[in-house]
Design a protein around this ligand. Structure first.
Ligand code: ADP
Ligand code: MG
Length: 696
């Protein structure tokens, strides 16, 4: 047996268990070894019930004496109670709300270890634990009992029917059988950071020494944890650094920054670019002029003017005789970009075409022919651009908007439509640094950190849904002075949002605002109808636009000053901030109203983040902290690496350290031998461990 042995060949793991393990991403022995306990319990000091004192956290080994199934008195509904004894004089009660399921588990006579806070119940005048953790201890447990009690015991998240006890047994057995392996981490790094060896760290992770502080273990902060977390980040960052170095070596297009380019840009500009726009354009232009492919991430808060910069970059490519393409995640956004680019490029005589999935076969055929002939220098489109058999005449610049909705794969696919074209990824979701380091670690970054002049900060209010009439009153005032408004239903499920939006549309149109033009926009409308509604809203013919999140990413109407967001509590802060960015685009004061149901403290806190701040980075950090990285991007296709033990929020400092160590190691390896070893290790493990695109 070695680290790469599939778990199904490990003693005690049959095909059924192997499958359960697989559901947690555990396939080979190495995976099991880094399956970190989510908690540790000190059972080295198992107490007698008679020694317990109220207020302390304690472990006892006891038997179920009697149980009280849930009663039907109102106050007790759903409460499961059991009385436990260790044969001594005192007994202990355990209580679980909604504990009906325990009826068939905690049967009288059963031996269990209970862990929890000891309380004194003033009503029954007995010692009690509320919702204690418990673990069944079979009577024939003896030979291996020391695995589960009498020490600091790791608690693992179950995998299907594989309980924490089975994990302990498996790990014990595997660690007994395996011969220690060479340390994968470079020696120089190990020495500098005084890291414990891999082997030592793995042992300590599952069999902590008796003197280790429990809080350190539970905080994932023991030396063993640190070593393993560091290692995970180190390889990830090495992989990203290598990818980047590799991209730097590739031959790309060296665009010429000629006078003709400058003239065209000048002729196109509808207004004076902000300082930030100028700065990032300079960064982009420098990349484009260099003889290697650009891989740049352009970050800028919603409304900061990324489109203009993208258009400038496109001009550089086009004036050099290449085509530029812009890939957008939704049809509405693609359409919106198409309009923007058409407006910007109309003056300078560039043809812009749009390719989306909902066009007819004939239309698509015709557009594809144009793209292939090179007659159209600027192409805007959705997934259709990469899915359909689109062939470019000479693609030189690929611009990808809202990248995190695409995967890394899609980025590559579009790139492949040209011969090493330059790639510019735009995102309006400010990405906290820790995430940027992990997901976009292979990209250079530019940030637009300045808003176009004359913008007023959006005023945001939180209103409970019972007071919605006030909101409609306010909306009416704004419309009376000539403004327009959005009423939005963001939802995870488009169909659900659609229904809600349809109902609201009817309600507003037929009851609240009978004298006004209220229109509906959602993802299932035909492209032509969407365009029509959007055009009429843009031209001011429609005063209120009721929509699903489809407008999240596109619409640009300066006269719209009110954004009402229904069910705001159900969505991420970053997403809400994005939506809000659809107003506040003109000189008038704009407003955002967050309508929610009843909220708990955490929910109110979330809304307060938005009413108090308009700083996208601050909001994104909060969102990341509150919801975690997976949810943050709201999609599995986010390109997030599957980390096993590291957590980019909790371990951000370790991540920073690992990054700088990795960069140093890749750029200046201490020895050829160490470097070769590390790269071999990385090649063997990168793809499988992180599911990321191959390094080489
Ligand atoms: P983003 O894509 O970053 O969310 P947009 O490119 O859609 O932002 O720009 C937001 C609005 O600001 C648009 O109406 C755009 O025309 C306008 N805008 C962009 N740059 C400037 C500028 N330098 N001065 C004035 N208005 C600008
Ligand atoms: Mg935009």
């Amino acid at each position: 047996m070695d680290l790469e042995t599939p778990l199904k060949f490990v003693k005690g793991v049959g095909p059924a268990r192997a499958e359960m393990l697989e559901s947690k991403g555990l396939r080979v022995v190495a995976d099991l070894l880094t399956y970190a306990p989510f908690r540790y319990e000190d059972r080295s000091k198992v107490k007698r019930v008679s020694e317990l004192a109220p207020g302390e956290m304690a472990t006892v080994v006891v038997r179920v004496h009697s149980v009280k199934a849930p009663g039907f008195q109102k106050r007790r509904l759903g409460m499961f109670e059991a009385n436990f004894s260790d044969g001594g004089t005192a007994t202990l009660d355990g209580k679980w709300f909604h504990g009906q399921y325990l009826k068939n588990v905690l049967v009288p006579g059963l031996q269990v270890a209970l862990y929890g806070k000891v309380e004194f119940d003033g009503y029954t005048r007995r010692l009690t634990m509320m919702h204690p953790e418990f673990e069944v201890i079979p009577d024939d447990d003896d030979p291996e009992a020391s695995l589960h009690t009498g020490r600091i015991v790791p608690v693992y998240e179950a995998a299907g029917k594989i309980t924490t006890r089975v994990f302990r047994q498996l790990l014990h057995q595997v660690l007994e059988t395996l011969t220690p392996v060479d340390d994968p981490l470079p020696e120089s790094v190990m020495a500098r950071l005084k890291l414990p060896s891999y082997w030592e760290a793995i042992r300590q992770l599952h069999f902590p020494a008796p003197d280790v502080d429990l809080r350190t273990l539970n905080g994932f902060a023991s030396p063993a944890h640190f070593r393993l977390i560091f290692e995970e980040f180190f390889w990830l960052e090495c992989g990203l650094a290598l990818k980047r170095a590799k991209a730097r070596e590739m031959e790309g297009i060296a665009f010429q920054l000629t006078d003709a380019v400058r003239e065209k840009i000048k002729a196109m500009l509808p207004f004076k670019p902000t300082g930030a726009q100028k700065r990032v354009l300079a960064e982009i232009a420098q990349d484009m002029a260099a003889g290697r492919p650009m891989n740049r991430l352009l970050q800028g808060d919603v409304g900061s003017g990324k489109t203009l910069v993208a258009a400038e970059a496109a001009i550089i490519a086009i004036e050099n005789g290449y085509q530029a393409a812009l890939l957008a995640p939704t049809e509405i956004l693609a359409t919106q970009h198409y309009f923007s680019f058409r407006n910007l490029f109309h003056k300078i005589g560039y043809v812009v075409v749009l390719l989306t999935g909902s066009q007819t076969k004939g239309e698509k055929q015709q557009i594809k022919k144009l793209i292939g002939s090179g007659l159209t220098p600027m192409v805007v489109g959705t997934h259709a651009l990469i899915e359909e058999d689109v062939e470019f005449h000479k693609l030189g610049l690929a611009i990808i908007d809202e990248q995190h909705r695409f995967g890394v794969m899609q980025r590559l696919l579009l790139q492949k439509k040209g011969v090493t074209p330059d790639v510019l990824v735009m995102t309006a979701t400010p990405i906290p640094r820790t995430l940027a380091l992990t997901v976009y670690g292979d990209l250079d970054t530019s940030v637009i950190d300045e808003m176009p002049p004359g913008r007023k900060a959006i005023v945001t209010r939180h209103v409970s849904e019972e007071r919605i009439e006030l909101v409609w009153g306010f909306l009416r005032e704004q419309i009376d002075v000539g403004r327009q408004a959005y009423v939005v239903y963001p939802a995870i499920e488009e169909s659900e949002a659609m229904k809600a939006a349809e109902e609201m549309h009817r309600h507003l149109k037929e009851r609240v605002f009978r004298d006004l033009k209220v229109e509906l926009l959602h993802g299932r409308l035909k492209a032509a109808d969407k365009e029509d509604v959007m055009r009429r809203f843009q031209q001011g013919e429609v005063q209120i636009l009721v929509a699903t999140t489809v407008i999240e990413v596109g619409v640009d109407v300066a006269n719209a000053t009110v954004m009402v967001i229904e069910n705001a509590e159900r969505y991420g802060l970053a997403q809400l901030h994005q939506l809000r960015g659809r107003v506040g685009r003109g000189a008038e004061q704009s407003y955002c109203v967050l309508v929610t149901g009843k909220l708990n403290d955490a929910g109110r806190e979330r809304m307060r983040t938005l009413t108090d701040s308009t700083d996208g980075f601050h909001i994104a950090e909060m969102d990341l902290r509150l919801r975690g990285p997976g949810e943050f991007f709201g999609t599995r296709q986010s390109g997030l690496p599957a980390l096993r033990i590291g957590n980019i929020i909790r371990d951000r400092d370790t991540l920073e350290l690992a990054r700088s160590e990795a960069l140093g190691f890749i750029e200046k390896p201490p020895s050829v031998e160490e470097s070769r070893r590390a790269i071999t290790y990385l090649k063997d493990h990168w793809q499988r461990r992180y599911g990321l695109v191959q390094v080489a």
